[in-house]
Write a protein that binds this ligand. Structure first.
Ligand code: HAM
Length: 426
């Protein structure tokens, strides 16, 4: 008995499930390409230091959730928990961090050692988009609209966009001073998790889900009241532009995000249909990160969508596989070789052609074509092979004599006409 199993929090994606993944990915990639966003691929494995410096030591992701190990050369390596830090590293390393205006996307597996539950895995997948070199509020609006439209293209409804501003570094320093004073006074009333965050990552306390802590926080100083006039103006402008695009949003001044690199705009898109892991998309501005990691002083903004959550939200119609256009039924030595040749030729027409390679009886092959609901069939038996021809027939209209043709293997024009009249122009 073989009792080898996948690791907890990882999943196998089987052929039937992957139909939906592929359909979703296709729609997403088309939308990105229509917006002229270019792909970037970075390694899954990086130096641990990249994430410590990029994401922040006090974050849950870095302090509790990373898959970190020493490789055989005693180097500390980490399986990437997110994509932004890697993209920033790649841009700096390849001398691209000061290139003006780059719009980039990436898609792939990420790893976080979290408690697995519906919509939360240890190996999960993200689609990320980063606009690098973009400073204006307009780019914040453009990136939010892009995330919104990707979800819209997939027919996902009842989404909530939540926005907040985290101000700039000065704003946050001023707030932190006052907030830390308040936290010291109210420490004993906070939940244990929040108490532990006071010295490590106080801002994250604002995002606490603990009901008692939430109640007490209602009386805490608010980051919003420490924003400079400039930061406030920026935030108002963001709201105005979202209003004029008719993208609905909720303001959530407790939305601080779980990674340290954000400033000004932070946003999340959630869905009630997802249960407790409701956030399908999270993002924001990170103007200081590229410089802080050793690159040029370059502003940037981005988001990432969790693909597992996206798949849960996308409609059932995306689970339907593409129909087979032609199913090739064949039997006999010469017929089998001719059938392979014909299948290759037909695939050049962008048709989904399935070649029956079972060697089973004609009736079994017919049954299979029927089961697959193939739009048409081709039959090649010994008789047809001897005459160097094949029969092609619209499967569900076999009674209609016009829909069946006998075509010689050499007669490409006749084949093309039949395909055009029955499959391609439909
Ligand atoms: P994040 O909020 O940590 O942001 O993750 C983005 C999305 O990834 C989440 O909203 C969620 O849908 C998905 N996700 C996160 N953890 C898991 C998990 N354990 N299982 C399943 N899905 C998960 C980032 O990662 C930033 N890099 C986003 C960004 C890009 N900000 C600027 N640019």
């Amino acid at each position: 008995m073989n009792n080898l199993k996948n690791l907890r929090g990882t999943v196998d994606l089987l052929p039937n499930q992957l139909i939906k993944w592929q359909n979703v990915e296709k729609i997403v990639l088309e939308q990105l390409s229509r917006a002229s966003i270019k792909e970037i691929r970075t390694p899954i494995l990086e130096m641990t230091e990249l994430f410590i410096r990029g994401i922040g030591e006090g974050t849950d992701v870095v302090s509790k959730e990373m898959y970190t190990f020493l490789d055989r050369g005693e180097r500390s390596c980490t399986l990437r928990p997110e994509g932004t830090a890697s993209v920033v590293r790649a841009l700096i390393q390849n001398g691209m961090s000061s290139n003006p205006l780059q719009k980039l996307w990436y898609m792939g597996p990420m790893f976080r050692y979290e408690r697995p539950q519906a919509g939360r895995q240890r190996q999960f997948h993200q689609l990320g988009v980063e606009f690098v070199g973009y400073e204006s509020v307009r780019s914040d609006v453009e990136i939010i609209a892009l995330a919104w439209d990707i979800l819209g293209k997939l027919g996902i409804k009842e989404l909530n966009l939540e926005i907040n501003t985290l101000g700039d570094q000065d704003d946050r320093l001023k707030f932190q001073k006052s907030f830390l004073g308040w936290l010291e006074k109210n420490k004993n009333s906070l939940d244990l998790d929040s108490q532990n965050r006071i010295n490590k990552n106080p801002l994250r306390i604002l995002d606490s889900k603990n009901i008692q802590t939430k109640k007490i926080l209602a009386n805490a100083p608010r980051l919003f009241n420490f924003l400079s006039e400039k930061s406030q103006k920026r935030y108002s402008e963001l709201k105005n532009q979202l209003d004029s695009l008719k993208i609905p949003y909720l303001e959530n001044h407790n939305l601080v995000r779980g990674l340290d690199y954000y400033n000004h705009t932070a946003f999340e898109i959630t869905s009630g249909a997802l249960g407790s892991q409701a956030t399908v998309c999270g993002g924001g501005r990170y103007d200081d990160l590229i410089k802080q990691m050793g690159g040029a002083n370059t502003p940037a903004i981005g988001f990432a969508i969790g693909l597992e959550r996206l798949i849960l939200l996308a409609g059932k119609e995306l689970e339907v596989p593409r129909n087979t256009d032609i199913y090739i039924i064949n039997q006999g030595l010469i017929a089998e070789t001719l059938a392979i040749d014909l299948s290759r030729k037909l695939r050049n027409y962008d048709l989904l052609v399935e070649l029956d390679s079972s060697g089973s009886s004609f009736s079994k092959q017919f049954k299979k074509a029927n089961k697959l609901k193939s739009k048409s069939i081709i039959v090649i038996g010994d008789d047809e092979a001897a005459k160097k021809e094949f029969i092609i027939r619209l499967f569900d209209k076999s009674s209609d004599g016009n829909k069946e043709e006998v075509i010689s293997f050499e007669n490409n024009t006749k084949l093309e006409n039949w395909l055009n009249n029955n499959l391609l122009l439909k």
